[in-house]
Write a protein of this length. Sequence first.
Length: 393
Amino acid sequence: MDEAPSLPLDGVRILDLTTTLAGPYATQILGDFGADVIKIEAPKGDTVRDVGPQRSDGLAALFMGCNRNKRSIVLDLKTERAKEALWRLIDSAAVFLHGIRPQKIQALGFDPASVMKHNPKIVYAALLGYREDGPYGGRPAYDDVIQGEAGIPGLFERRDGIPAMVPSSFVDKNVGLMTASGILAAFIQQLRTKKGVYIETSMFEGMVSYNLVEHLYGRTFVPKEGPAGYARVLSKHRRPHRTRDGYLCMLPYTDTQWRRFWDLAGLPKLCDDPRFKSMGARIANTDALYAAAAAALAERDTDNWLRLLRNAEIPSGRANSLEDLFDDPHLKATGFFREVAHPIDGPLITPDTPYRLNGKSLPLRRHAPKLGEHTHDILAEAGYSEDDIELLT
């Protein structure tokens, strides 16, 4: 384990009742910044404990990807003893986060009003599929469903004629980021006011908002100034460009960058082509623009183009596969992939976070925990005797 420097969230206890990916990703971010994240699991554990390759039961790859820097306690909240234990943990917590549907958290007795009455200074965070007061409120929600409802497959259909999913846990990870930032904002308010805060993050509304950052477009105005959908990113030609020996990605964006590109491509006449001369003209003629650029790129090798483009300060890079990432020279030079020794599973690789704090990567303080690994320690911290712990476990 890394030595733990002073971190922004040192001493902040977060009770995490979430499972699968969105909530655990949010609390992993907070744990990376030093929070004491207590992962509260049912006796069977988080469902993703067995998703993907694994050496030990309950420590599959997907679970490890979003549960470092946490402690795990098993509490069967169907029992009164476990509920009492959770209430005792709530006494010492700064944040209570769950991803349980409103009607079910109400039935358990840990609804916002009850928890905030018990601890008036707590930040109560609910990660919901949909806002409670709409007709979808209380429905179950997963990444694939929310992608569809938020209009993501519709973007592929407009471009390719066939709806498709982003081949990533796109909703879960983005909603996890939204949840983490919302909790931090609520926590800052609590520090100012010394009063509890109830904050909701909803997957559906969050992803519709995210999708419409650029795609609200002509529907921004009343009456509308055109349809929704940003033409540049919907172009069928916006994709990795084929070179003579592979693929690359590039984006000249400014007028100057496009002039440089046309000169490099030996097409100076396109510098003054009225279709491409200004930002507005390029957006109106996106397909023609990208088709012309693609034809030029196909004439040379990838390395040759990348050298020319970088010398001209035109943003560009290789179209990497997942396997290519492990040999990327920049990631190697910055030590992005960290090899760590897991006490149960031996050597593992973990990617770094996007953050550096005072010039240093955030430390790996705890490995992803075995199911209930810290149950005894956490209950002892809460004042339980050995006999009481025995009864609870």
